[in-house]
Design a protein around this ligand. Structure first.
Ligand code: ADP
Length: 370
């Protein structure tokens, strides 16, 4: 198979399509993962994340397109290298642990395979088990561990492995929050130390945004957007991408002008200038994205508080406005009760470009120069 030894990418997908009979699970996906990068695949159930990982790992051949690993073409529809010839470590939701090995030996095994002495390998394995809070179970075999404990041993073994590329398929789906945090922190530390790349499939936006260098949004097998966590959160390509990447309110409003990182929008007859940029095919009514921290209680706009919920560090207020319902997140306990008339203001927005309807030209407000 051809190689390109100078490639800076641990993984490259070229126009990858994977079908199951009549179902297209991965649809013309092209992307590249540079060395040292973790790319999150974020999509709802059935969007093709597992199929994509299986194809990279070598468990399924492409229907069309190519898979390249470290500048080496490893799979085409005609010819695919088997998984053991690819330098990838795979961490799926279920962990096939060896029944005869203790937790410590399970985690020490990949460390020994890369040439460490027995004692060093056991010390390093114990350290990883300790970080995942299961050092006290080091001598137990899988049959003596609960499902959750087995899962942690599987994760510890994955952390101990060295590979050029790690593939994770929702590995923390059943972990409690604390252990999940420790695992993700460890993953980042080890990746930075080794320069390996990672492909991390999840349906959880918070997890994807928190751990990845870049995020790929998948919808029905298609790559909808690829960007940094900040980009996909603050500048999603459409309403679907906005809702996938976090809490999103969508107001209907007219963009009257944009420039210098600010834009003027007309909401219920009032013009406000806020942080944000817009493609000035202006004067259309567009869906405007508002994240919970981009709007605040108190200000020039009016609404009615539909519901309020105390969430510990902050409170969520749902405000009915003439432009649509809006989630406003304020620090601390609620300051208003449901049913109250409130005022609010907007500090930032992102027009989700597709116009909802043509505005009535006679009722159009004047263009605003920024
Ligand atoms: P995800 O990991 O995002 O949940 P999958 O890759 O598992 O998505 O599935 C993508 C699509 O392929 C879905 O429509 C699913 O029903 C279909 N699919 C997955 N595995 C198979 C299979 N073995 N046979 C037929 N269809 C499958």
């Amino acid at each position: 198979m051809p190689t390109d030894a100078t490639s800076p990418y641990v993984l490259e997908l070229r126009d990858l399509t994977v079908d199951y009979g009549g179902v297209t699970a991965v649809d013309h996906v092209s992307l590249r993962v540079p060395r040292g990068e973790v790319l999150a695949l974020l999509g709802p159930s059935g969007s093709g994340k597992s199929t994509l990982l299986h194809t990279v790992a070598g468990f399924r051949p492409p229907t069309r397109g190519e898979v390249w690993l470290k500048g080496r073409r490893v799979a085409t529809p005609e010819r695919a290298e088997p998984p053991e010839r690819r330098d990838v470590a795979v961490v799926f939701q279920s962990y096939a642990l060896w029944p005869h090995l203790s937790a410590l030996d399970t985690v020490a095994y990949p460390i020994r395979r890369k040439g460490s002495r027995r004692r060093t390998a056991r010390e390093e394995a114990l350290d990883i088990l300790d970080r995942l809070r299961i050092a006290h179970l080091a001598d137990r075999r899988p049959a003596e561990l609960s499902g959750g404990e087995q899962q942690r041993v599987g994760l510890a073994r994955a952390l101990a492995r060295q590979a050029s590329l790690y593939l994770f398929d929702e590995p923390t789906a059943h972990l409690d929050t604390h252990v999940r945090g420790v695992f993700l922190d460890q993953l980042v530390v080890r990746r930075e130390a080794s320069g390996a790349g990672g492909l991390y499939a999840t349906h959880d936006a918070e997890e994807a945004l928190g751990l990845a260098d870049r995020v790929a949004l998948l919808n029905a097998g298609r790559l909808v957007q690829l960007g940094t966590p900040q980009q996909v959160y603050a500048e999603p390509v459409d309403v679907w991408a906005a809702r996938l990447t976090g809490p999103a309110s969508v107001l209907e409003a007219a963009v009257l002008g944009a420039g210098g990182g600010r834009c003027a929008v007309s909401i219920a007859g009032k013009v406000v200038t806020v942080e944000g940029s817009a493609d000035t095919s202006v004067r259309d009514v567009v869906p405007l994205l508002v994240r919970p921290g981009w709007a605040h209680l108190g200000g020039e706009l009016r609404g009615r508080l539909q519901s309020v919920r105390f969430r510990g560090p902050h409170s969520d207020h749902v405000v009915e406005t003439a432009a649509g319902n809006l989630l406003i997140r304020e620090p601390g306990p609620p300051r208003q009760v449901a049913g109250a008339d409130v005022t609010w203001t907007l500090s930032r927005t992102w027009p989700l470009e597709r116009p909802l309807k043509s505005p009535d030209s006679t009722a159009q407000p004047p263009l605003v120069q920024l």
